[in-house]
Design a protein around this ligand. Structure first.
Ligand code: PMV
Length: 323
């Protein structure tokens, strides 16, 4: 009753920010993301009859808050499968948690995949995605590779693959501008925005248009259209964050300077655009072949600490199943 799975983080091009009322962690807005390849989470899950509780190690340390979330996720799986054993979970990221790349997305996608394999639970990709969503909505997208969509029309939504990583390869350069943990996590930030931002309803209602434009751009391999709608979605989400009381200002000076540099590059004809999540790092997406130029353009900006490369990668998958 043991398995190892690997999953990669994803970056939303059309962002989700806000949750529907209720307790099943359903996003209020649809989203569209790309799954990465060089950044990886590996998770081993071992169920045993004699464990009295779940145990968790992430990069060699224990964290009671994460353990609580993991137990919630496994409880749902225990309910589906009828298996009442607890698990020992060991999870390792090959990327710095300080890189500002959501490790919860790859973490929960790897957890669900490994736990399903260990329990021989015959769940489809969509069912695994639905299960991951309940713990971390962005994790629902990391179950799949390449371009992934997360519509929210269904009662209990799941992510779905849109285009594979080989059908339209893209490059990603992450400009790391801080190693400080963020002051307000995304769930708390989303609640504050919903409660206090005067633009919140307009944001929510405008996202379905961005979502269908981005879908069309991806299916047509239309980079310019994808660049326009992705930057607009990112800036609109940050406008909501800025208009939250108290304001959620996730950017620093280097973040803003990188935005200007990427816009200048695009003005010169280089196919690249930026996106930023609930933190100060900037993710620069381009057609293949421009990584060095992009790195040269941003690495001398004061405040840029590191640059990480990635391409598009596969969805969560089982690496080893031990019975
Ligand atoms: O699901 P969470 O808690 O990882 O929130 C993700 C929020 C953003 O990264 C800002 C946007 C997104 O769609 O991933």
């Amino acid at each position: 009753m043991e398995a190892i799975a690997q999953a990669q983080p994803n970056i939303a091009l059309v962002k989700y920010w806000g949750k529907k009322r209720g307790d099943r962690n359903i996003p209020a807005t649809p989203s569209l993301s790309i799954t990465l390849n060089t950044l990886q989470t590996r998770t081993r899950v071992k169920f045993r009859q004699d464990y009295g509780t779940d145990r968790l190690s992430i990069n060699g340390t224990t964290d009671p808050i994460q353990l609580h979330r993991v137990t919630g996720c496994l409880d749902a799986l225990r309910q589906v499968t009828g298996i009442n054993q607890y698990a020992d979970i060991v999870s390792v990221n090959n990327f710095p948690t300080s890189a500002g790349i959501a490790s919860s997305a790859s973490g929960f996608a790897a957890l669900v995949t490994a736990a399903c394999a260990a329990l021989d639970a015959n769940l489809s990709g969509e069912e695994q995605s639905r299960l991951a969503r309940r713990s971390s909505a962005s994790a629902a997208r990391s179950v799949f590779g390449g371009f992934v969509e997360m519509d929210i029309k269904a009662q209990d939504p799941a992510a779905r693959p849109l285009l594979t990583e080989t059908e339209w390869p893209l490059d990603i350069v992450v400009a790391v501008t801080s190693t400080q943990p963020k002051q307000i996590g995304s769930t708390a930030g989303m609640e504050q925005s919903a409660a206090t931002c005067e633009y919140y309803d307009a944001w929510v209602s405008s996202t379905s248009g961005d979502f269908s434009t981005a879908r069309r751009a991806v299916l047509n391999h239309d980079f310019e259209l994808l660049a326009d709608v992705s930057e607009a979605s990112c800036l609109k989400m940050h406008a909501v964050m800025l208009a939250t009381h108290p304001a959620l200002i996730y950017w620093n000076g280097a973040t803003v300077e990188i935005i200007h540099r990427v816009r200048a590059l695009r003005g010169e004809g280089l196919p690249a655009f930026f996106t930023i999540d609930a933190g100060p790092q900037v993710k620069i997406i381009s057609l293949p072949g421009y990584r060095d130029k992009i790195e040269r353009a941003v690495k001398d900006i004061p405040g840029v600490i590191d640059v990480i490369y990635s391409g598009l990668g596969p969805g969560a998958h089982v690496v080893e199943s031990l019975k």
